[in-house]
Design a protein around this ligand. Structure first.
Ligand code: UT7
Length: 333
């Protein structure tokens, strides 16, 4: 029986730092409001002409590959999560594959929003466990800054999001002591419209992109923040407990929790629910905001780079987002 383990991590964020004060040039908001409600202090915005969704993913992937001691040609499959692709189709995985010179290797583009990376990791884990592939490149990459409505009308979502990419190389191993122990995926489409971008959608009268559609504002992110918040604090706890129970552990066994970086208040709530110390939970949204599918691989990479992950540690990844989706992965490092 094969298992899979993460053998290399990398991330890329654009150089362009946007502070909370910078946002006040576009919308009525304040550093105080954003810090108090979310914990975010700054985020990165991509630089047009320099960064693309796939170039950021490629940069993160190159770093992950280097650290795994591999080259792009060692990869059997790419699983790429994003809700902000470069093109409507084909997906950004194709563009990153071309960028890395991996022509002919299969690519899988998925969405699954803020849970995208954990879903992608789970797909890679199943491919490896089944024996179909030996090495996978799992990516989360987002450019939110070109999509969000930076006027006051869009401020409840615009202040949250940032741009960036993270990547993990996932390799086959025979060692059940150092591997991805399990992944747990959930979705509930009854809440699809609580956090969504409606347009351009295909199921409409007339062309998906027209002045009428643009004037309707359906291309902007809509979020019922309160509903998202309330579901998030329940689902995070549930899906972490599910992962622990599936492997015979309790919260006290967790060495490090790497949650999706949505809101510091959500993260603190979950931490307290589990009885974890502040040092056991990775929070970097203060510097990067919510980078959707990229947030977990960026946070995981930073945790690894700063020595917060040691061999043998029990690491839990957990996510919640639009869909609604929620997911976890338990890893014995
Ligand atoms: O990654 C996917 C998962 N996403 C999440 O988990 C996000 C979950 N939701 C949240 O984190 C919170 O809902 C937010 C931080 C996004 C918003 O906080 P909130 O307390 O739910 O704010 P609200 O939207 O209910 O708005 C409260 C007030 C409103 O003013 P009134 O009507 O009370 O006068 C808003 O107009 O705050 C106002 N407001 C702002 N004021 C200054 C909303 N956004 C802003 C802003 N700056 N950026």
């Amino acid at each position: 029986m094969a298992f899979s383990r993460i053998t290399g991590l990398g991330f890329y964020v654009p150089d362009n730092v946007i502070t909370n004060d910078d946002l006040t040039q576009w919308m009525e908001t304040s550093d105080e409001w954003i810090r108090e409600r979310t914990g975010i202090q700054e985020r990165r915005y991509f630089e047009y002409g320099k960064d693309t969704n796939y170039s950021m993913a490629a940069a993160a992937s190159r770093q992950a590959l280097d650290r795994a001691g591999l080259t792009p040609n060692d990869i059997d499959v790419i699983v790429y999560a994003t809700i902000t692709p470069d093109y409507f189709f084909p997906g950004s995985a194709f563009l990153m594959q071309r960028e890395l010179g991996m022509d002919g290797k299969p690519v899988i583009d998925i969405r699954e929003q803020c849970s995208g990376f954990v879903y992608a990791l789970s797909i890679a884990d199943q491919f490896i466990k089944s024996g179909m592939y030996k090495t996978a490149l799992v990516v989360g990459s987002e450019i939110q800054s070109s999509w969000i409505d930076k006027s006051t009308a869009g401020r409840n979502t615009a202040v949250i999001f940032g741009d960036g990419a993270g990547a993990a190389v996932v390799s086959a191993t025979n060692d059940p002591q150092h591997c991805i122990l399990s992944t747990h995926l959930h979705a509930d489409g009854r809440f699809a419209e609580e956090l969504y971008v409606k347009d351009p959608g295909s199921s409409r009268e007339g062309r998906p992109v027209s002045q009428e559609v643009i004037d309707g504002g359906g291309h902007n992110v809509y979020m019922n923040g309160n509903a998202v918040f309330k579901h998030a604090i329940v689902r995070f706890g549930e899906v972490i407990q599910e992962a622990l129970e599936a492997n015979g552990y309790t919260a006290g066994d967790i060495d490090l929790l790497v949650p999706h970086q949505a809101n510091l208040r959500i993260s603190d709530y979950v931490r307290q629910q589990l009885g974890l110390a502040e040092s056991q939970v990775i929070n970097n949204l203060q510097r990067f905001g919510n980078t959707t599918a990229a947030s977990i691989p960026i946070a995981l990479t930073e945790a690894w780079e700063t020595g917060k992950i040691q061999e043998g540690d029990l690491i839990c990844l957990a996510a919640f987002g639009s869909g609604f989706t929620w997911a976890s992965a338990l890893i014995r490092w």
